[in-house]
Design a protein around this ligand. Structure first.
Ligand code: IPM
Ligand code: MG
Length: 352
């Protein structure tokens, strides 16, 4: 197994170090090579996705990513900003399917801002399209009109084949879960998503066992807070998925718990926590490494088909929580507050 390890910025290096620690503790035959991305890429090579990093990622079976971004890069030209490195690597590796599970660990029910009865038992899989939509659509940019005023332009677009392939991923996942797919769109206003809905309906005939429903994105945002347990698999486009997955993460207590997988058509994948680089707490050993550690479990599951070790990691995370260990973001009265590094140690030693 060849893994490209891209720690990135902010808390990226410290959380990735814990995930690497856990992976090493499994004693698998893995070749790990580290490279810079995001602000770290800009600092070392003047590019948020240096050529050498992209080459390494292309040659690897899987990529483990921390997070990118820091306010200090906000003034750079757009193509040099850390986020651009992330968007480019997703596009270059064709990672069109982003899987973001929102799973509530019973131990954390009281860490959610929602009432425990609303969230307990929550288990949603958000399937977000990742290489299309308004994120990548042309034309885009800021131009100057004849009257001298400036205008910003982005374009929402999806082809039928792009919609179909993400739809397939969602239906296939639903077949292994509770066989319900909710497709989220804004078909009452946006033609792009009217097409999205048509393609999903057509595709659903290939999956007679799966129940397909549709929801407008504004309603979906509301329903996620009102009654989140009604959802099994949600499938949606890039921008809606970006927003809804952050929202869903908070149902589970902390965005620091949520892993993600971004996979291509051959199950090659990039695995990263759903959260960002949190530069305000970087280097303080307070970040929650569990989302990154759980992303490694997703890597073993989706790319390496190693269900046994994936489950070992998930169980070890659960043991750490049962033991009462909590990083600051999920800490509640009566629990033991641990730092990022200690949480990594506890999970690694709970493996066996
Ligand atoms: C995410 C992030 C990224 C996105 C940013 C950092 C470009 O918010 O992975 O959800 O918008 O996709
Ligand atoms: Mg986001």
């Amino acid at each position: 197994m060849k893994i490209a390890v891209l720690p990135g910025d902010g808390i990226g290096p410290e959380i990735v170090a814990q995930a690497v620690k856990v992976l090493k503790a499994l004693k698998l035959n893995i070749d790990m090579t580290e490279a810079p991305i995001g602000g770290a890429g800009y600092e070392s090579a003047g590019d948020p996705l240096p050529d050498a990093t992209l080459k390494l990622a292309k040659e690897a079976d899987a990529v483990l990513l921390g997070a990118v971004g820091d306010w200090k890069y906000d003034k750079l030209e757009r193509h040099l900003r850390p986020e651009r490195g992330l968007l480019r690597i997703r596009k270059e590796l064709n990672l069109f399917a982003n899987l973001r599970p929102a799973l509530l660990y019973p131990e954390l029910a009281s860490a959610s801002t929602l009432k425990p009865e609303v969230v307990s038992g929550l288990d949603i899989m958000i399937v977000r399209e990742l290489t299309g939509d308004i994120y990548f659509g042309q034309p885009r940019g800021i131009s100057t009109l004849e009257n001298g005023e400036r205008e910003g332009i982005n374009t929402m677009r999806y082809s039928e084949s792009e919609i179909r392939r993400i739809g397939r991923v969602a239906f296939d996942i639903a077949m292994k879960r509770n066989k319900r797919v909710c497709s989220v769109d804004k078909a009452n206003v946006l033609e792009t998503t009217e097409l999205w809905r048509q393609v999903m309906i057509k595709l659903s005939s290939e999956y007679p066992e799966v129940e397909l429903s549709h929801m407008y994105v504004d309603n979906a945002a509301m329903q996620l807070i009102r009654a989140p347990k009604q959802f099994d698999v949600m499938v949606t486009g890039n921008i809606f998925g970006d927003i809804l997955s952050d929202e869903a993460s908070m149902l589970t207590g902390s965005i620091g718990m949520l892993p993600s997988a971004s996979i291509d058509a051959n199950n090659k994948g990039m695995y990263e926590p759903s959260h960002g680089s949190a530069p305000d707490i970087a280097g303080k050993d307070v970040a929650n490494p569990l989302a990154t550690i759980l992303s490694v479990a997703m890597m073993l599951h989706y790319t390496f088909n190693d269900e046994a070790n994936a489950q070992k990691i998930e169980h070890a995370v659960k043991s750490a929580l049962v033991l009462g260990c909590r990083t600051a973001d999920i800490w509640t009265e009566g629990c033991k507050k641990v730092g990022c590094n200690e949480m990594g140690d506890v999970v690694a030693s709970a493996l066996n």
